[in-house]
Design a protein around this ligand. Sequence first.
Ligand code: FAD
Ligand code: NAP
Length: 557
Amino acid sequence: MTQDAQQQAPQQEVDVVVVGAGFAGLHALHELRGRGLSVRVLEAGHGVGGTWYWNRYPGARCDVESTDYQFSFSEDLVREWRWSERYPRQEELLRYLDHVADRFDLRRDISLGRRVVSAVLEEEDVTWTVATEQGERWRARWLIMATGCLSVPRLPLVPGLEDFRGDWYHTASWPADGVDFTGERVAVVGTGSSGIQSIPLIAEQAAGLLVLQRTANYSVPAFNHELGEEELERLQQDFAARREFTRSSALGLAAPADPRSALAVSEEERRTQYETRWRMGGLPMIGAFADLMVDRAANETAAAFFHDKIRAKVDDPETAEKLLPRGYPWGAKRVCVDSGYYETFNRSDVTLIDLNEQPLRGITPRGVLVGETEHEVDAIVFATGFDAMTGALMAIDIRGRDGRSLRQAWSAGPKTYLGLAVAGFPGLFTVTGPGSPSVLSNMVVSIEQHVEWIADAISWSRERGTEVFEATQEAQEAWVEHVNAVADSTLFTEANSWYLGANVPGKPRVFMPYAGGVGAYRQKCDEVAAAGYEGFRAVPAPGAERRRADRSAPVVA
Ligand code: FAD
Ligand code: NAP
């Protein structure tokens, strides 16, 4: 739809527009509606669920345990929903979010198949006009961007894809009715979490699999299992205490982080600790020692442990060497969680291609061109990730004060106050935005904290009749400085990761999430609120002031 047509489209009015219907958008709708506000959720997909609606590739599942990766806002919901596995599959996560939408009667305020293309601030009465590609316009004082940190898939910039005669897929926009690779030769490009989850299953089905790896990743086994009645009961009984713990933890996970330095213990003790964490399965490994992400020597002990594990799992020593992550600190790229990933390379029908030896030069009509060699395949799977954290926001033409766009404001990298608000964009909030723990945490814990904080801020502002609610430039600058200082004190900045935008050519290289920990961050947000939303300017709308002045002015006949 053209811009002119959009401007002429009829306009509907609500208190709050929420963009996105994943965990964040669903929770925001439920929370704000409960406080008496009118809300409209606009979602590009044709179903709710966000990440779990789009990412339907084989093997897709969460890597935070189901009991921690669920909403806590309703005790009834926690009691009613029975997770089937420690790490449930995408289908079950989507079923859960569909259930949430039905259980809390959310669908009547959600418009599906609506892609938001612009959001423009009217400064006089501090309202946002939000336009969709489908030609609707919504007006609201409050605008909540629940657009997701990993919702804009990226394809590699290699020539020739349009001429490929086979089928190709991106893990994050997988066909809803699945893909059957039986009898096919398949190439998977990318070995991040999505590649590592899907490769073992694609290998089982395909006639042959080529794995194109540019950077090897560190992966911990999931040790996934079905949850029996007894374990479920125990998890449900422990739920409240467990969730409380995650809220003040570093990562939003239930496994306590060990406070010791990896260098303060004997070699034997260190090995025992790593083995124990390894056997726990999944992300608790990250908390094995306190200094893994701040001390290079400590970090190297974790890297060495993983290298030994990989060598022990992979039969062919040459393949094992290629699978050893090198050249960046352990954990500085998102640690992956797998079920049988390394073992897959022991199959005779799976071949690992190291793109550091010969680059992926292009796609040909019959396959992939690596160096001078054309490898013929019937299908290509791109597990090549996302334009993370800022991609979905930058895709929308968001215009704040003086018509200044968010794209301009963030041209040198995202700047926010607490990852929640942006100076110059009153009434706009980001859920798990850059500058908050976000992707460095259990996202559901972080989403709940943000949604509840935002809802409190809106209630506070409404009670005081302060229509303008805006981060000040000074508070934002100070927060950005703090976020950068914390990042610089870690090893995170030493990897070419998507945390830094390094996977998107031309994207400013800025470490986007806040590495100070979920608990410390929550405390800061609570302090800001308790101090009357310190760092925010909360005043009546200029239009309201003017209207009041007009009313009290003497009437001249
Ligand atoms: P999303 O779920 O991404 O939802 C955002 C929604 O906004 C999407 O539906 C999108 O269509 C919509 N949207 C975006 N732009 C627009 C627009 N312009 N107009 C309209 N709609 C728009 N995190 C964890 O903590 N643990 C995990 O185990 C975990 N596993 C993951 C596995 C995968 C495969 C991926 C990709 C991510 C995973 N994550 C995990 C991160 C995950 O994204 C979050 O946990 C969580 O689901 C994010 O919810 P959200 O609502 O913030 O965003
Ligand atoms: P990702 O971590 O960014 O991995 C993308 C992979 O594609 C990387 O191996 C990357 O290599 C490779 N790649 C990109 N462009 C390439 C090119 N031109 N040529 C060759 N290789 C290329 O993306 P993801 O795997 O989708 O995961 C993103 C995030 O989503 C995860 O970190 C995690 O937070 C979340 N996630 C979680 C789970 C889970 O287990 N629950 C599953 C999936 C996703 P380089 O590293 O060299 O760039």
